[in-house]
Design a binder for this molecule. Structure first.
Ligand SMILES: [Ca+2]
Ligand SMILES: [Ca+2]
Ligand SMILES: [Ca+2]
Length: 439
């Protein structure tokens, strides 16, 4: 026992004096009390059964309340996530519809451009065909022109020959005229020959004029063909440039279309994934709702059980507080035996969960009386635990306590003589004291 602890100073009995009292009590018992003890044992058994039932219900209530709170938190969190998800899904859907509209517009423009391109391609082929036909005609005309040129040259040579012959004939005529007087008889013949030559010369001059006219016409045709060829060549270059530009536009549009197709496919996949996630969340939400409804039902049943337990009266010698019944011993034992006494009555040493309970337990004791409560650090020195396994959170230690005096104080007691709500001290577990049971 603690010697210099001011708590110990209040004890009015020593271990030796307690043993003497127990022996005196034992000696006072006599056989006539047997029937009373049997009845008391039966009542005790009923009481223990009810107490055990109540303890199980309490433990179940605590666990279910904790689970309910956790589920409520999860449910709230999931609802928030689901709302955010819905908003994101709607945004993506709107964006997808806008992209779809843009994609449809671009597709229509692409189809129109493709049609225009095909028409231009056909026009280009027709122009190419016309150009080839014109080139062929030009080559034929060129050949014909060369032939005519050669014929003209030959006719020129013939004309020159004839002219030379005419000059020679003129010379002969002059000679003959000089010999006219002498050759009077041949004059008429020469005169006729001269007229024939004159006719031939006129015929040749007419042929030359016709050739000259034909040559001029051919020259004009050639000039017109050259002008037409230059215009066609200009049109062909313009068409080639237009075709190249259209080719580049078509390639750009094709790349844009591929990008849009990839973006559209990606958006479609994301939409499907979002739809799947939404369905999963919806199922989970329904499952949570079902669980929540079950928990509400269980909670209502538990509340009914609690109300029933609250209405339940405590056995004789026990005092009622909230849902529990409390027993303050009149005898004294060490902490372990005190706890065993409580367990034998279907209870355990008191576990103080609130300040109201602390005040109630303190008020159960008479002045100068200490009592064991269900508090110990015997498993791990310095780590105080309640006997029901719950950790100690709110404490009412006397200033300077717990001090584990002499390294041998592992059990908790309540001190009623303190002012206010009462205080705790750690004492040697072997010390014999009153105790408080809670059921
Ligand atoms: Ca309690
Ligand atoms: Ca200790
Ligand atoms: Ca102490």
């Amino acid at each position: 026992m603690e010697i210099d602890d001011d708590v110990c100073g209040s004890r009015d009995l020593t271990m030796e004096s307690l043993i003497t009292e127990d022996e005196i009590i034992s000696q006072q018992r006599n056989p006539t009390q047997a029937s009373f003890i049997i009845q008391a044992d039966r009542l005790q058994s009923s009481y223990e059964a009810l107490a055990a039932e109540r303890e199980q219900l309490e433990a179940r209530l605590t666990n279910l309340s904790t689970e309910k709170d956790q589920l409520q938190q999860s449910y709230n969190s999931l609802t928030t996530d689901r709302d955010q998800f819905n908003a994101s899904f709607n945004n993506v859907k709107t964006e997808k519809e806008r992209l779809q509209a843009t994609y449809d517009t671009l597709k229509r423009e692409s189809d129109q451009l493709k049609t225009s391109y095909n028409n231009m391609q056909r026009n280009l082929e027709e122009v190419q065909t016309s150009r080839n036909n014109l080139t062929t005609s030009r080559d034929q005309l060129q050949t014909r022109y060369s032939t005519l040129q050669r014929e003209k040259d030959e006719l020129n040579v013939n004309f020159n020959n004839l002219k030379t012959q005419k000059d020679q004939l003129q010379a002969s005529y002059n000679t003959l005229k000089q010999e006219g007087d002498q050759l009077k008889t041949n004059y008429d013949d020469v005169q006729r020959n001269l007229q024939g030559v004159q006719t031939s010369r006129n015929n040749l001059a007419a042929s030359k004029d016709q050739l000259q006219t034909r040559y001029s016409a051919l020259q004009r045709e050639k000039d017109e063909l050259q002008t037409l060829f230059r215009q066609l060549h200009g049109n062909y270059s313009s068409l080639t440039r237009n075709k190249d530009e259209l080719q580049r536009s078509c390639e750009t549009l094709s790349i844009s279309q591929n990008h849009l197709q990839i973006g559209y496919n990606s958006l479609w996949k994301e939409k499907e994934q979002l739809k799947t996630s939404y369905k999963t969340l919806h199922k989970e939400n329904e499952q949570l709702q079902t669980n929540y409804n079950s928990l509400v039902r269980v909670k209502d049943e538990l509340q009914k059980s609690i109300d029933k337990v609250k209405r339940r009266a405590c056995p004789t010698g026990w005092q009622k507080f909230d849902t529990g019944c409390y027993f303050a011993s009149t005898s004294k034992k060490n902490w372990t035996s005190s706890r065993q006494e409580c367990i034998d009555m279907g209870a355990d040493l008191v576990v103080i969960d609130s300040q109201d309970e602390q005040v109630f337990v303190k008020d159960m004791l008479t002045s100068g009386q200490n009592a064991w409560i269900g508090l110990t650090d015997s498993l791990t020195e310095g780590t105080w635990m309640w006997v029901d396994g719950t950790p100690v959170t709110t404490t009412y230690w006397q200033p300077g306590q717990p001090n584990s005096f002499n390294g041998n104080q592992d059990c908790g007691e309540i001190l009623p003589r303190s002012a206010g709500v009462g205080e705790w001290n750690d004492d040697g577990c072997f010390a014999e004291q009153n105790w408080i049971c809670e059921n």
